[in-house]
Design a protein around this ligand. Sequence first.
Ligand code: CMC
Length: 421
Amino acid sequence: MSVGKIEINGKTHEAPLVIGSEGEVALDISKLRASTGMITLDGGFKNTGACTSSITFIDGANGILRYRGYAIEELCEKSNFLEVAKLLVDGELPNSEKLTNFKNQIKKFSSLPDGIKQIIKSFPTNAHPMGVLSSAISAMSGYMESKDYGNLSKDDYDELIPSMMAAVKMIAAYNYRHNKGLEFIDSNNDLNYCSDFINMMFGKVDEDIAEALDVLFILHADHEQNCSATAARVAGSAHANIYASMASGVNALWGPRHGGANQKVIEMLEMIEKDGGDYQKYIEKAKDKSDPFRLMGFGHRVYKNFDPRAKIIKGYCETVLNKLGVKDPTLDIAKGLEEVALKDPYFVERKLYPNVDFYSGIIYRALGIPTNMFTVMFAIGRMPGWIAQWKELLGQGMAISRPRQIYTGSGLREYSNIENR
Ligand code: CMC
């Protein structure tokens, strides 16, 4: 076994090296506290591996993304969302029998309990759909039998995973209908996953829209230990149930630094358009450290090169807009902004490139999806990834996530009565 050595106060401590299948190396510091009395400190987990995982591989320096060893570009071209979902949760591409069973299982769960529909209807029609999505997913726990989530059987997974995949689609569609003040449309088992979703939202099937969504969902399906997957894993590590764990993922995704960025990108592009389209002004604002403005849809913790998802979406943007006959001025603004940013030393030095959220909103908008639903689209796509991460963690018998800290507060103080303060 290879070991790494750390010298602290003149004493050498050894820690095993863990080497991944693509040559990535980690120093396993889990036993270091016993010999040094110290913990490691890494706010935001910028350089911390929380697990070993065989689901998704990212090479951020070279802009590579693979699910279970398959290149994202090839999956987008040849596969479909439910096949990719099955690949993620099982580890292998399904044969036709397994894929058919998976689809049938999802169809088996094609109605939501009335109580969940009532919960969706109880929200104001202008409530943010991400809040409604996470609440309704959490509430699904109220309709399941009690199980030992640390010890699930194959049969349990075969029920829970399709039920979660079905629920996210229906909740999202009902959420949209409720926000528009429209009656809910039942799921139709004769339609495929994306067509059914489109039909439940818009009351008609549009193959072009369903096809475009399918590719977008594949592109969002997993992204290893990102913020929302980590949130789902942390909840799962406490053996919280599947709905509670997935709702944790949804809540983390909502934030504008993460999946919420797709909504913010469109809002930013619209603001620039209204302001006369002066990209340079906004590039200068993004560079100014005293200005809170950031170029939304730019930068990534892992990619220090083009985000391969952004490359595919940018190309796909033109195709979808042309196919749907949509002319969107924000696409020109986005392209202009990207061109200026990629030449600017601030962005070049920090290796800041467009990420998955930069162009996706333009497609969602062309498909007729309202801006405040963009992150919900991300959540539907990401659901199989969160499930795969959660299932892997349980299968590994992972310890509860419980980081340590360095306390910097006051020492012991004596309580003083209110009148003496
Ligand atoms: N605009 C301007 N400056 C930026 C940006 C940006 N979008 N992103 C990073 N920087 C600067 C940052 O100020 C810092 O500069 P300095 O070294 O001078 O202090 C440097 O680049 C490194 O950034 P960081 O914030 O330390 O990097 P991080 O890994 O902690 O954060 C990020 C990554 C994605 C949160 C960040 O790049 C960001 O806020 N981007 C905008 C929001 C966004 O598009 N999020 C979607 C991410 S991809 C999809 C997803 O995860 O859901």
